[in-house]
Design a protein around this ligand. Structure first.
Ligand code: URA
Length: 315
């Protein structure tokens, strides 16, 4: 399916998801129908013909896809079509947003000033650094215009030393994942749900996960970061980030492999890179990679055949 437009691949996933949820009918835009027809045409070709025949592209430029659920009861005649916007609008299923203890609105003339304001305020906020958190604050890093915001747990000892998130072994793996997506670390925004390392007796050899209360204490700042950066996708890394952002204790293995809307921002949960460090199974790497391809599809980034094959088991 290499030549089928990304929007269409995305639409297929979305429709499958809704079908799994029991939705029986969907109203599709003409562009969406044309994209699906192209997939149907492509699937019916003999293998040799598929290799030789480029898939007809329904439109020269990516077109918005409007998907709308339809109840099964008869409906009045459809109203005249609304003018379509320039942005693809896909109604992702919603995921809960954890209740924040307060709303922080950063001040500042631009994004850099607003992030600096957040950093100053959290450093003075005694509620954000609860008793069992360490002293060194490790704020976020990366581009303030990033399309992707990764959110992890909390800094570890190496992050404290360098005062930068995700620079230890798990961070180095995250950097490789970002590069496999065709991006550089500096192009994304990397944050943590808690900005201080949790105190643990084995601080240099391992860390404990932040508690629910510690995440709750820092959440207003993380929400403020999303408001300032305005990422087009948020990636929650691991169970803890998922719980901190949504308030739900769902294992990430059950929450991954789907795009949902968190505070109206497309949201993908996947395993934390430290899970992959502990579990060197290609099938687990592939799961994370599939989640990253979902992120790339949301952003309509090109995905090469080589990238599609990463971490596939050799036959
Ligand atoms: N793990 C995290 O979740 N965050 C870091 O910054 C480093 C490791």
């Amino acid at each position: 399916m290499a030549d089928v437009t990304l929007a269409t691949q995305h639409l297929l996933r979305y429709l499958k998801h809704r079908q799994d949820e029991g939705v029986k009918r969907a109203l599709l835009s003409d562009e969406a129908k044309a994209g699906l027809r192209a997939v149907y045409f492509h699937a019916r070709q003999p293998r040799e013909a598929v290799a030789a025949t480029p898939v007809p592209t329904p439109t020269p430029t990516p077109q918005p896809v409007v998907v709308e659920e339809r109840p099964l009861t008869p409906q009045p005649p459809a109203a005249p079509a609304e003018p379509v916007s320039n942005e693809p609008t896909i109604a992702y299923p919603k995921i809960a947003v954890a209740e924040a203890r307060t709303v922080i609105t950063a001040t500042g003339a631009d994004k850099a000033a607003q992030i600096a304001d957040l950093k100053t305020r959290i450093a003075k906020d005694n509620e954000a650094r609860t008793a069992d958190l360490r002293d060194t604050m490790v704020f976020s890093t990366g581009s303030l215009d990033a399309e992707i915001m990764f959110i992890g747990e909390a800094p570890g000892s190496e992050e404290e030393r360098q005062e930068e998130p995700f620079v230890g072994p798990a961070g180095q793996l995250l950097t490789k994942i970002i590069q496999a997506m065709g991006l550089q670390r500096e192009m994304v925004y990397i944050s943590n749900i808690v900005k201080y390392g949790p105190n643990a007796s084995n601080q240099d050899t391992g860390n404990r996960s932040p508690t629910t209360a510690e995440m709750h204490a820092c959440l207003p700042y993380v929400v403020a970061e999303t408001v300032i950066v305005k990422p087009k996708v948020i990636v929650a890394l691991g169970d803890t980030a998922l719980e901190g952002l949504t308030g739900e204790k769902t294992p990430v293995g059950r929450a991954r492999d789907q795009v949902r809307a968190w505070n109206n921002i497309p949201f993908v949960a996947t395993y934390h890179p430290s899970y992959l460090l502990r579990n060197d199974d290609i099938a687990e790497k592939r799961k994370v990679w599939e989640d990253m391809m979902l992120v790339m599809e949301v952003l309509q980034m090109p995905i090469s055949d080589k990238q599609r094959g990463f971490f596939s088991k050799k036959r």
